[in-house]
Unconditional design. Sequence first.
Length: 134
Amino acid sequence: MTTVVFACIHNAGRSQMAAALFNLVCDPAKARAISAGTNPGPRVHPEVQAAMAELGVDLSGIAPQKLTADLAAGASFLITMGCGDQCPVVPGAVRDDWPLPDPKGRPIDEVRAIRDDVRGRVERFADAHGWTRG
């Protein structure tokens, strides 16, 4: 099974959306995603929770977590979310950066647009690797 790490700074928005959407569309026998941050915030942003709830995804019980070597051990891919100089490195993982705006404090229409951008990227990434549910 392939593990993908989605990482951003606070692990409270973009990476949470990406991991949840990835795990929704992927066959769990083929791939799974985890989400983490370099400097985790106290909670997932409320506007992110609201936008994801519109898709039936409940992030209310999810706590941001720190990206550690143990957490990322065995990961095949690291997808960073526009964290600039603070982007982490996971030894042995193929890295890509998705330069996405931070949804924190943005109006719900903007958060929906970010969510939909993340969703499209996740679906294309999963399809390209043959991980989607059949």
